[in-house]
Write a protein of this length. Structure first.
Length: 80
């Protein structure tokens, strides 16, 4: 279980970092856009894992909490 939570934490930090890079980049930066798009796909996959009944409740709760409290993920859809 701890390994799963560590993995989710690392993935969420990577998504937040990708959003920060994208938000800081110029609008013409194609690499930042690609990084952002991959991060959003990852974020969406984590959100879908909340709906999977086979995902342990601790992991579902942690993912849900990270998605709710992250300022970068809250603002992610504003720039698109």
């Amino acid at each position: 279980m701890d390994d799963m939570l560590d993995y989710v934490t690392r993935v969420m930090k990577a998504v937040e970092t990708a959003w920060f890079i994208y938000a800081s980049a110029s609008s013409e930066d194609k690499r930042a856009l690609q990084l952002y798009e991959r991060a959003m796909l990852t974020s969406q996959a984590l959100e879908r894992s909340l709906l999977n009944p086979n995902t342990p409740s601790e992991v579902r709760g942690w993912v849900g909490l990270r998605l709710r409290v992250s300022p970068w993920l809250k603002a992610a859809h504003v720039r698109t």
